[in-house]
Design a protein around this ligand. Structure first.
Ligand SMILES: [Zn+2]
Length: 171
């Protein structure tokens, strides 16, 4: 296992559309191990492979509370096959947009079809935090960030802030 660097806004790779995984092989399992190590270390509740620079449709998540046992979940080629009319609002953050949080409204429940580490197709119905995490991470596999769901005014402000910070690091 290895800790990987997390891409930070405005890294252009965050806008890539990730490629589907064809087979769950040793390489994919090793990548998933790295993703979990990186996600737990951050710490975060979800991570998409592109956030560590790998444009493949793989998502890891763990929405267990601090006092609960770890619940690592892996979603390969995840796809939303149903979402509720009912909406829910969560204050979202992103490991690629550190220390920035904003309310985002999304469908409150979703059904997601995905491939598991067993190579088989599964479906999960999620609500609450997991529903939000899945939608946030599946967005990442399509090059979409949670700031794309907030007002243009707020988005422009955060884009500017991160562009400025990146410039400072370059100097
Ligand atoms: Zn994110």
């Amino acid at each position: 296992m290895a800790l990987r660097d997390i891409l930070i806004l405005p890294d252009k790779r965050l806008r890539l559309v990730s490629e589907p995984v064809k087979a769950v092989d040793a390489e994919v399992r090793a990548l998933v191990d790295d993703m979990f190590e990186t996600m737990y270390e951050a710490p975060g509740v979800g991570l998409a492979a592109i956030q560590i620079g790998v444009p493949r449709r793989i998502v890891t998540a763990d929405t267990a509370k601090k006092d609960e046992e770890k619940n690592p979940q892996v979603f390969i080629n995840p796809m939303i096959v149903w979402s509720s009319e009912e909406k829910g609002t969560y204050e979202e953050g992103c490991l690629s947009i550190p220390e920035y949080y904003e309310d985002v409204e999304r469908p409150a429940q979703v059904k997601v079809r995905y491939t598991g580490l067993d190579g088989k197709t599964h479906e999960i119905e999620a609500d609450g935090l997991l529903a939000t995490v899945l939608q946030h991470e599946i967005d990442h596999t399509n090059g979409v960030l949670f700031i794309d769901h907030i007002s243009k005014l707020k988005r422009d402000r955060v884009l500017k802030k991160f562009a400025k910070a990146a410039k400072r690091t370059d100097d």
